[in-house]
Design a protein around this ligand. Structure first.
Ligand code: ADP
Ligand code: K
Length: 449
């Protein structure tokens, strides 16, 4: 697969390390001088910019956490005067104020380049049309993919999220080769095509670049077959730049995404102690920007759980690869003392052909006991096999195939995840769907009950 910046994407490991070290030294001196928050954090730890001679000294630096962005809301971590800014983005932030990030023109250039690399890795080529169904606005997804696609020389359809009927019509009329959106929205679109009797082979799309929320191989399979595409994973976060921190190569698709390491330095640390972990061990991904000017960020605690490997990948790229995100430390559910990530449950479902990767997890508390209900759709083919019944507890009790399936799902979850769940089998199409953006698959009602 042609790369967008082959010379940088295949830089030898020693050259890459040298470049990273040089950039880190510059970035550290830059923030120390320009961002009072960092000067104070360095001074408190007794660290001077000159102590950081290269990447090997990175661990001496303090972490930056989401709280630090909130505490300095809106522009407290910015390193440039206002007139040097070119754009502001902000993350949704479920409670209170959003986290705000800023870009210089140069930062936007880098943003476009890393997204162009990602699109090229995902199968995109100059002259292809990209149906960009990521949300436009303060969210980095829409404009981020847009800038990268233009940089690569693609034709962009800036449709944004939502209005599914119109999306379907425009895909059929414009015949784009590639789509960008959340994986849950790709599932929605696949279902809508199916409802209209459009077969995957009739859909012009060949590639899908999906991210902004955790997803699994089960979802990949449903999108691949539903839209007739090869879907790859794009990862990123606004604090670092937006989407395009890393991307899978369309010819690998083993869940490992190349991190554009000449701009973003990755570490994986122990969630409890913050100590760096050896390659291959799962922990919290910590990222340092090496070239950002408007809002450089050192050792940002993403909260995302993954591992990294520096083993060069088959594509010939030398950059480190990260595994698919297992979940975010904030997504972790503690159920009767057991730590559970929704993706663990989803991974179990992939092994059970009678169910679909459409579900909702509902947590309640009865007295002092946590109760978990998994509302889980049966697959289309199993639904036909059981005679398309309207599913209810009584129907399930009365039909041994359903009762058996329910029992099988809860046993597999108990064995693999370690918690007991009450499985409610539901009809195809009745679990929540993405209407354009990120999908919330967990309803935690425990605080309210
Ligand atoms: P918001 O905070 O509004 O959701 P962001 O785009 O900054 O906005 O969210 C970034 C977060 O989204 C990441 O830290 C990660 O938890 C999640 N995320 C982004 N891309 C992926 C992906 N490909 N797989 C799993 N999670 C992802
Ligand atoms: K197709």
């Amino acid at each position: 697969m042609p790369m967008f910046q082959p010379e940088l994407e295949t830089l030898s490991r020693p050259k890459l390390t040298e470049l990273q070290s040089q950039r880190l030294r510059e970035q550290v001196a830059y923030v120390y001088e320009r961002v009072p928050f960092y000067k104070q954090a360095f001074d408190e730890r007794g660290v001077k910019p000159g102590d950081i001679r290269g990447i090997e000294d990175l661990h001496k630096l303090p972490f930056t956490k989401k709280k630090d962005l909130r505490d300095t809301y809106p522009f407290g971590l910015f390193a440039v005067p206002r007139h040097e800014l070119a754009r502001i983005h902000a993350s949704s932030g479920t409670t209170g104020k959003p986290t705000v990030v800023g870009y210089t023109r140069g930062d936007l250039e880098v943003f476009a380049e890393v997204v162009a690399r990602s699109l090229a890795a995902a199968g995109g080529r100059p002259g292809m049309m990209l149906h960009n169904a990521y949300g436009y606005g303060l969210f980095t997804g829409g404009l981020g993919l847009h800038g990268g696609a233009e940089k690569l020389g693609m034709i962009v359809v800036p449709i944004s999220g939502g209005m599914t009927d119109r999306q379907i019509m425009l895909i059929q009329d414009f015949k784009p080769e590639m789509i960008s959106c959340t994986p849950s929205y790709a599932q929605t679109l696949a279902e809508e095509f199916k409802k209209r009797g459009v077969a995957p082979e009739e859909i012009s799309l060949q590639y899908a670049i999906l991210g902004a929320e955790p997803w699994t191989e089960a979802i990949r399979q449903s999108v691949d077959t539903g839209l007739g595409v090869k879907a790859t994973n794009i990862y990123g976060l606004s604090e670092i730049i937006g989407p395009g921190v890393s991307n899978e190569d369309v010819n690998e698709r083993e869940g490992l995404s190349y991190i554009w390491e000449d701009h973003f330095y990755p570490e994986v640390v122990d969630p409890e102690t913050g100590e760096p972990l050896p390659e291959g061990e799962v922990g919290v991904l910590v990222l340092t920007t090496l070239t950002k000017k408007a809002m450089p960020i050192l050792r940002y605690w993403t909260g995302d759980l993954t591992f990294i490997t520096r083993e060069p990948g088959p594509s010939g790229r030398t950059h480190a690869r990260m595994a698919q995100i297992r979940g975010r430390t904030d997504d972790m559910l503690i159920v009767r003392g057991v730590n559970v990530y929704p993706t663990q449950i989803e991974a179990v479902l992939k092994e059970i052909p009678e169910v679909a990767p459409h579900y909702q997890i509902v947590l309640t508390r009865e007295g002092t006991m946590d109760e978990v209900e998994l509302k889980l759709e049966v697959s289309e083919s199993f639904f036909r096999e059981i005679g398309q019944q309207l599913l209810s507890d009584e129907v399930i009790e009365a039909d041994h195939r359903l009762a058996h399936l329910r029992e099988k799902v809860s046993r597999k979850i108990k064995d693999n995840v370690g918690i007991s769940v009450r499985v409610s089998l539901i009809n195809p199409g009745s679990a929540p769907r993405s209407e354009g953006g990120k999908l919330k698959r967990v309803a935690d009602l425990r605080k309210m009950s």
